[in-house]
Design a protein around this ligand. Structure first.
Ligand code: TMP
Ligand code: ASP
Length: 255
């Protein structure tokens, strides 16, 4: 991407952000990979290109299904033009199965699991569950709806709206993935407000950086095979190969 006429805005864990002269933003998806709040870092060949394509793939499907998003277009294979938003200061996590920090917090005695959920990776969470974390603190910290309301980060109506949108995103993605033999274990999304105050989907959605994807045929045999960043978090394989396999599966059945 030619960056001479762009203004650098900031860098996230995996993306660099620039501003266009017309006020839209450009996300440049890099090969950087980080986990555990940046404590573990690396670079993975092709990662930027695959995550950009996967994010584009999902934005198009979500838009088609009535989910408003900030996506505009991808001018190159690693960059995406998006609407500039006022980002809501909470991240939203939807879980269909127990994994990751849910189990770590349970093991540390910080939370109790929802009724009927076994304390082991892969336990289904009946009906799913939503969680919120901080977005603009040094470390993402789980927050209750009461804290969100008392800080005026969102109104009660906005919490309900975001909960409903996230539930719909889960249904749309889980259904699409099922046709590719993939289980959507959990995911994280972010929202932002447009200048008219409308809340729409922001950041990236449905990428293997921000979701857990498990191979369905292995899961049915009691084995968890991840096609997402857990491969890097747990050092269980080659991240580029896992991301490429995910993208190929999505493309084969849906594109
Ligand atoms: P967790 O188990 O670490 O809380 O993560 C749940 C899901 O949300 C998982 O798919 C990874 C994703 N996630 C992010 O993408 N970024 C984050 O900062 C967090 C906390 C989670
Ligand atoms: N919050 C974690 C991190 O900072 C989420 C992850 O592992 O992706 O990286």
């Amino acid at each position: 991407m030619q960056k001479d006429n762009l203004v650098y805005v900031s860098s996230g864990k995996a993306k660099d952000i620039y501003e266009n002269s017309n006020g839209t933003l450009i996300f440049e998806f890099t090969d950087r990979v980080t986990a555990f709040d940046g404590k573990k870092k690396s670079e993975c060949n092709e990662k930027g290109e695959i995550t950009c394509k996967v994010a584009e793939y999902w934005f198009k499907i979500l838009e088609k299904n009535g989910i408003p998003t900030h996506y505009i277009e991808c001018p190159t294979s690693t960059s995406m033009i998006v609407k500039r938003l006022d980002i809501v200061p909470v991240e939203v996590i939807w879980r269909n199965y127990a994994a990751g920090s849910l189990l770590r917090r349970y093991e540390a005695g910080d939370i109790i699991l929802p009724e009927g959920v076994e304390p082991k990776e892969g336990s289904p969470i009946p009906g799913g569950m939503i969680e919120f974390t901080t977005k603009f603190e040094a470390v993402d910290r789980p927050v209750s709806i009461d804290e969100i309301l008392s800080n005026s980060w969102l109104s009660k109506e906005e919490v309900d709206y975001i909960t409903d949108l996230t539930k719909r995103i889960n249904e749309i993605m889980a259904q699409e993935l099922a046709t590719s033999g993939i289980i959507l274990a959990d995911f994280k999304v972010e929202y932002g407000r447009t200048s008219d105050g409308e809340i729409i989907l922001a950041d990236e959605a449905g990428t293997p950086d921000g979701c857990r994807f498990w191979m369905k045929n292995d899961f049915e045999k009691g084995i968890i095979t991840s096609l997402d960043k857990d491969v890097f978090r747990k050092d269980t394989g080659d991240l580029t190969l896992a991301y490429r396999e995910l993208f190929n599966k999505l493309q084969r059945t849906n594109m």
